[in-house]
Design a binder for this molecule. Structure first.
Ligand code: ATP
Ligand code: MG
Length: 412
């Protein structure tokens, strides 16, 4: 029979890889907690409009990459492509608008129908933070600093650079957008197909194009920084000042944008060149327009999301199975006697495994394989005395002990 496969771009996570994911996740949750961000979880699927409304028809995530389906009640649902929309929706539904600021962290799987490659999957995991209800540039600085500390915790900062930019407020962006369209129209025949399509619906997104010909054109495009009104300019200066103050190094890239309509002002990315074209490991920005697009009141927000797979590709840590103690009996019938003993050990917080089958030689091999530190051996002679052979598998030393004595030793 043919083996059943997983769907393209969707992978199993075996212990070794999952171990790395968990290192990334734990580092992220821990540092978020220290910054006073509380963990939140939203559903993996939602009514499509939670994503289509704010992300808009100009976004690839919604037009080309979505996993959309109807359930049995004909409701149109979407597997979430990103976390922010769901978190803001949850915040609005919970009536937390009167109780701002709210700081959230989250992690979990996201789904996008993309061309799978290294660091680009169809089911992948993100960890992210959202700071809601603060329009001050301090919040932008805070979330960038949080991202920076997160990557530092993973010891990755020497391989990752921070790039920032501003998209200005609505007014500045509108002016810039017009200038950009004007400029790009001069190259209409040379732009990639995707970019020509974007020219009318989302021209800023063209700046994000990976097409080499597009990139040549973009290089000399108008600079957003020349179109900022006074307020937006000051705001961007405050961000730079705050990062300088924290000794966080950054480059300014005038072509860094976030492709979605609800973004404004600050945009930032932490990028490595160790992962080829999938180098962006953490990306974020300010999204003051999002809450309103979701039907809520005008609540400013800023946050980021990091790709867990991409970060785990960068860390070197191997999962090694460790076992505190293995239990083995002389005959298979002894396994029954070992069961309550294992239960007792586990209750004491000791990681235990009964090796059920094989002769002693096979059982010791298995103990070695799972890196067991000790073995509790039950032989014919000990069976009536409630006494066990307790063997230190590293030193080879054996003693005859009762269970209480063994637990005491194991807990030391
Ligand atoms: P890219 O330009 O790489 O497509 P993006 O702009 O679509 O990224 P965001 O929506 O900002 O990415 O998501 C934040 C982070 O999530 C990315 O920086 C990346 O690390 C990760 N990510 C995004 N899409 C994928 C994917 N398909 N597979 C794995 N990780 C992803
Ligand atoms: Mg993408």
């Amino acid at each position: 029979m043919e083996k059943l496969r997983t769907v393209r771009g969707v992978h199993d996570l075996l212990p070794n890889e999952l171990h790395k994911h968990n290192i990334v996740i734990n580092a992220g949750l821990e540092i978020s907690d220290k910054y006073n961000y509380s963990q939140i979880e939203t559903p993996i699927f939602e009514f499509s409009e939670v994503f289509t409304k704010p992300l808009g028809m100009s976004s690839d995530i919604v037009t080309k990459e979505n996993y959309i389906f109807k359930d049995r009640s004909e409701d149109e649902l979407m597997l979430r492509p990103e976390g922010t929309s769901g978190v803001v929706r949850a915040f609005l539904n919970a009536g937390l608008v009167q109780d701002v600021p709210q700081r959230f962290s989250y992690y979990g799987p996201m789904f996008r129908y993309e061309r799978p490659q290294k660091g680009r999957l169809r089911q992948f995991k993100q960890i992210g933070v959202e700071c809601l209800g603060l329009s001050s540039s301090m919040a932008d600085i805070e979330v960038i600093s949080l991202g920076h500390d997160f990557l530092n915790k993973l010891d990755l900062l020497d391989k990752i650079n921070l790039t920032i930019n501003t998209l200005g407020d609505f007014e500045s962006r509108q002016k810039y957008r017009d200038a950009l369209i004007n400029y790009l129209k001069g190259y209409q025949t040379k732009l990639s197909k995707d970019s020509i399509r974007r020219l009318s619906i989302n021209p800023l997104r063209i700046l994000d194009s990976k097409d080499p010909d597009d990139q040549k054109i973009i290089k000399h495009s108008p600079n957003i920084l020349d179109f900022l009104n006074f307020e937006s300019k000051i705001r961007f200066e405050e961000i730079c000042k705050g990062l300088d103050h924290l000794n966080i190094k950054y480059n300014i890239d005038k072509n860094l944008v976030r492709g979605l309509d609800y973004y404004c002002h600050t945009a930032f990315e932490f990028v490595t060149n160790e992962l080829g074209t999938q180098g962006t490991v953490l990306a974020g920005g300010r999204y003051d327009g999002l809450s309103k697009m979701l039907g809520g009141s005008d609540i400013p927000g800023v946050g980021w999301a990091a790709g867990i797979e991409r970060l785990s590709l960068m860390i070197s840590s191997e999962f090694v199975k460790q076992t505190d103690v293995v239990l083995m009996g002389q005959a298979e019938s002894f396994n029954y006697l070992l069961l309550p003993i294992m239960k007792k050990l586990i209750q004491e917080g000791i990681k235990s495994e009964i090796i059920y089958t094989g002769n002693f030689s096979k059982k010791f091999k298995r103990a070695n394989k799972i890196n067991a530190s000790y073995a509790i051996i039950l032989g014919e002679e000990e069976i009536n005395d409630k006494i066990f052979k307790f063997k230190n598998l590293k030193s080879g030393i054996e003693e005859l002990l009762n269970l209480d004595q063994i637990i005491k030793k194991l807990k030391n």
